[in-house]
Ligand binder design. Structure first.
Ligand code: 3PG
Length: 399
């Protein structure tokens, strides 16, 4: 991929696609990580003498102007983080305001345009709308890895109209994912948690052909345990996915990948914080109990495995991590990965909304080698699917 180092943005107008789709509650930005990462690219371009024209979507307004989904509140936040004035361009993308503002932009200016999804051409990847966006500037920098699974006008279409390169965040995401899965140091362990097998079938299948051990956690583990014939009481389980789980186990075995399930669990009668609970062996879960976390023998087993591994990719928490104390297993494993990473023994890459929340809660996210800001895009990448926003950055002859 070509990156920022391959272009000379001095005196040019550079269109930067960022992902400023951050959580906002009561007008306040929740997690500003995406804004912080976009700011690095914006600052780098400003330092080289560019005018920076920032595009992003926000939420899902479905091609209409929805005032509650305006990017305006984000402009103030972006200004704080970048440390330079940011001018918000209020446009419905049907008026001429975006073009006029871009035409007037000078080196050192930062413009943030209104939500690209206010125009239906964005999600339709309409070529006329892509050309309209491209006409704002002279170069295109895509820094929105987390939106790269969408083939939209501002992520994919625009790259057909302008010289296109990856921004710093995009480049860092791609480098980390490449190191973790394309050319990893082995052994590689993937940890995949979450509630449902049904949403992660493609991901599990793809990972089982790439990693040495696939650790399955969360509600999904119950389905795999049930498929192996273990008693799981009234645990969350997809009864119609037992065959799928067995097929994934079979495919993994043929690919030489070991599927790793809990060897002990924490069980409770109620799905609530601080519910009375006990540690028990796999077949000791009573009919009126449910599995809410992994047990200490499982944590010790994972520690031994991680100790021998060189690379770990993590998506999805283990137990019902949103309920104390059933976050204990996820926290313990997160601390082990963080310690081994800090000691230089492990390359660790994590991604997905819940995963990042869990690592932040355990206060270990900074110790991981790389934490992706992507949700859906990270999952699709783990599924082995090409991401349109990334593909559009490849030199044309390589596509
Ligand atoms: C995300 O938050 O995962 C990205 O910004 C993509 O958003 P979308 O799922 O609405 O396309």
């Amino acid at each position: 991929f070509r990156t920022l180092g391959d272009i000379d943005p001095a005196g040019r107008k550079v269109v930067v696609r960022a992902d400023l789709n951050v959580p906002v509650r009561d007008g306040k930005v929740g997690d500003p990580t995406r804004i912080q990462r976009a700011a690095e690219t914006i600052r780098a371009l400003l330092d080289k003498g560019a005018a920076v024209l920032v595009l992003s979507h926000f939420d899902r307004p479905k091609g209409k102007v929805v005032p509650g989904m305006s990017l305006r509140p984000i402009a103030a936040e972006l200004e704080k983080v970048v440390g330079r004035p940011v001018r918000f361009v209020d446009t419905d993308w049907r008026d001429g305001r975006a073009a006029a503002a871009a035409a007037a932009a000078k080196p050192g200016d930062v413009l943030l345009f209104e939500n690209t999804r206010f125009h239906p051409g964005e999600e339709d990847n309409d070529d006329a709308f892509a050309a309209q966006l491209a006409a704002l500037g002279e170069l295109f920098v895509n820094d929105a890895f987390s939106a790269a699974h969408r083939a939209h006008a501002s992520t994919e279409g625009i790259a057909r109209h302008l010289p296109a390169v990856a921004g710093l965040t995009m480049a860092a995401e791609l480098a980390a994912l490449e190191k973790a899965l394309v050319a990893p140091e082995r052994p590689v362990i993937a940890i995949v948690g979450g509630a449902k097998v049904s949403t992660k079938i493609d991901l599990l299948e793809n990972l089982s052909t790439r990693v040495d051990q696939l650790v399955i956690g969360g509600g999904m583990a119950n389905t795999f345990l049930a498929a192996r014939g273990h008693r799981i009481g009234k645990s969350l389980c997809e009864a119609d996915k037992l065959e799928t789980a067995r097929n994934i186990e079979g495919a993994a075995r043929r690919a030489g990948c070991e599927i790793v399930l809990p060897v002990d669990v924490v069980a409770a009668k109620a799905f609530e914080a601080h519910a009375p609970h006990r540690v028990c062996g796999l077949d000791e879960v009573a009919d009126d109990e449910m599995i809410l976390d992994i047990g200490p023998r499982t944590v010790a087993d994972l520690e031994r495995r991680l100790d021998r591994a060189r690379t770990v990719v993590w998506n999805g928490p283990f137990g019902a991590f949103e309920l104390e104390p059933f976050d204990a297993g996820t926290n313990a494993v997160a601390r082990i990965v963080a310690r081994l990473t800090a000691a230089g023994r492990l390359l660790s890459v994590a991604g997905g909304g819940d995963t990042v929340a869990a690592l932040n809660a355990a206060a270990v996210a900074d110790d991981f080698s790389f934490v992706s800001t992507a949700g859906g895009a990270f999952l699709e990448w783990l599924e082995g699917k090409p991401l349109p926003g990334v593909e559009a950055l490849r030199p044309r002859q390589a596509r």
